[in-house]
Design a protein around this ligand. Structure first.
Ligand code: ARG
Length: 252
């Protein structure tokens, strides 16, 4: 009886432990034929929902091209940005692509592919705010998208009066246009897209930080990471990657 109990206990333990690392390996994904991709489609031109209701943007096209290279269908899961960093390690999604910056803290919970694009954080403010750079944010109310690097930098900056978190960058920009906050810190390209419909808003011409975007993958899912990198370097070499970026971002 004791032996039986011990055996049952062992099974329970094994299930519990495997539950912790339940990501799918490349072999399992290949057998299924489908790559499950988490994103947060509020971030033009990287990922957004277009007028026809389809997922669109640089990241969407890149991951579609990666899928095609690997012979995999791509299934997009549109979730909150900060949820991507738990969906991927827990195996709810195989990878995450979301204009996500490679960052030391994130590297503790996920692995990253090679970099496929670069970005920078900028400040959006109203033309008449008098804010001309980071130093002018002292004591101000700054809006960010929850869990983004903009959120991390703003929260680390003790001079900033308060950091207001929003589910998306566009909600932060809306609050800014309504005078509820003084500025928004967000990635440069989405910033341009967000302010397009607001005449009163400007982007401060000061580089806050330089960042590298990469695809996140569950820690230790090494064959998948290698396959994604193989696809990325093939797409880099044949010009596909640059063509996708050029389609959405005009050189200026
Ligand atoms: N680059 C920033 C970060 O990694 C913002 C990314 C936000 N992405 C999105 N799809 N909403 O934190």
């Amino acid at each position: 009886m004791k032996k039986l109990l011990a055996l049952v206990f062992c099974f329970v333990l094994v299930f519990a432990l495997s539950g912790c690392a339940s990501y799918r390996t490349y072999e399992q994904i290949a057998a299924d034929g489908k790559l499950v991709v988490a994103t947060n489609a509020t971030f033009p031109p990287y990922e957004f929902i277009d007028d026809d209701g389809n997922y669109s943007g640089i990241d969407i096209e890149i991951i579609e091209a990666v899928g095609e290279y690997l012979g995999l269908e791509v299934e997009i899961q549109n979730i909150e940005f900060d949820a991507i960093l738990t969906a991927v390690p827990s195996g709810k999604a195989d990878v995450g692509i979301a204009g996500m910056t490679v960052d030391e803290t994130r590297l503790k919970s996920v692995d990253f592919s090679d970099t496929y694009a670069t970005g920078k954080q900028v400040i959006i403010t109203s033309a008449d705010s008098g804010i001309a750079g980071v130093d002018d944010l002292a004591g101000k109310k700054v809006g960010v998208q929850t869990g983004t690097t903009g959120d991390i930098y703003a929260s680390d900056d003790e001079a900033i009066g308060s950091v207001e978190q929003y589910n998306s960058g566009i909600e932060a920009v809306l609050a800014l246009s309504q005078g509820k906050i003084d500025a928004v810190i967000i990635d440069n390209e989405p910033a341009k897209a967000y302010i397009a419909s607001y005449d009163s808003l400007i982007i401060i011409d000061e580089e806050y930080t330089y960042e590298e975007y990469a695809i996140c993958i569950a820690k230790g899912n090494d064959t998948l990471t290698a396959k994604i990198n193989e696809a990325l370097s093939a797409l880099k070499a044949d010009g596909t990657l640059q063509a996708i970026i050029d389609k959405y971002i005009s050189a200026d």
